[in-house]
Design a protein around this ligand. Structure first.
Ligand code: 0L1
Ligand code: MG
Length: 272
């Protein structure tokens, strides 16, 4: 399979089309109505165009008073990367109002295709910026790590999308919750922590953190590199979700999901 250069941010959209596509993503996310993938209308859309839409959406929402707390790595599993033809994660922005309290109820009628995956969250005490941020720099810049569940929600009809479209849809970002016991980045071996993701008390997936690009801090380093290509950076205080450790699985109203992390405790959510 041919691979797309993930750091090539070439753009082709004029301003009118950029705003029209941003309108479409904003409406789909706000009303929880599925949309056709954007490349059905603009087949020549590039990855850079997808990010232009994502950042235009982010800027619209910041202008309304919503607050950005950080970024996430998406498509981190080998299987997803092979499927999408990439070797570097995508990124998506995280807003404060996407967060949900531990054990709280998440409404499913606000979402199109809700699915959950468990992740390691990094809270930074120092900025990370530049084209070649390393794992060691990520660990040095990290204040603490925390277990998290991400609720992803592709807004594309029939769950059909390609790389520019999924990036425009903010890498399917929707909700997230953190919990468990925060821990210093050097207090455990982050490459080999086990995690069990349960639904309604039954294990759905069992995995280890090495599934995230070999080491979750490597995924955060790649987030910093992609952000550099976009003219963005990770300021001190950023919250960064490093990508799914297990595969994502669909949830519906009535489900309770719990991720049990080795050494880091557990984090859960209900769906109503
Ligand atoms: O967090 C993620 O890995 C984003 C996945 C984007 C594609 C999808 O919705 O499956
Ligand atoms: Mg994720």
């Amino acid at each position: 399979m041919s691979t797309t250069n993930p750091l090539s941010m070439g753009r082709s959209l004029d301003e009118r089309l950029l705003q029209a596509l941003t309108d479409r993503v904003e409406a789909a996310q706000t009303t929880a109505r599925a949309m056709p993938k954007l490349t059905d209308e603009v087949p020549g859309m590039t990855l850079g165009d997808g990010y232009a839409v994502q950042l235009a959406l982010r800027d619209r929402w910041l202008a309304t008073g919503r607050r950005q707390v950080g970024w996430k790595a998406g498509l981190t599993s080998r299987a997803k990367m092979d499927q999408m033809g990439v070797r570097v994660p995508t990124v998506g922005f995280l807003l404060a109002d996407m967060a949900r309290p531990e054990s709280s109820a998440v409404r499913t009628d606000d979402l199109v295709h809700p699915r959950v995956e468990c992740e390691i969250g990094f809270v930074l005490k120092a900025p990370l910026a530049g084209p070649d941020v390393t794992r060691e720099q990520v660990l040095e810049a990290t204040d603490f790590i925390v277990p998290a569940i991400e609720v992803i929600d592709s807004r594309y009809a029939g769950f059909k999308f390609d790389l520019p479209s999924v990036v425009a849809d903010n890498s399917s970002s929707a909700r997230y919750v953190t919990g468990g016991q925060p821990c210093g980045p050097h207090d455990l071996d982050l490459s080999s922590l086990g995690v069990v993701l349960e639904r309604n008390g039954e294990p759905q997936a069992i995995a280890a953190t090495a599934a995230v690009m070999g080491h979750p801090a490597d995924a955060v380093a790649l987030v910093a590199q992609v952000l550099h290509a976009l003219g963005e950076a990770l300021p001190a205080g950023s919250f960064v979700m490093s990508g799914g450790i297990t595969e994502a699985f669909a949830v519906k109203a009535g489900d309770f999901v719990c991720a049990r992390f080795q050494s880091l405790g557990s984090v859960g959510l209900r769906f109503v």
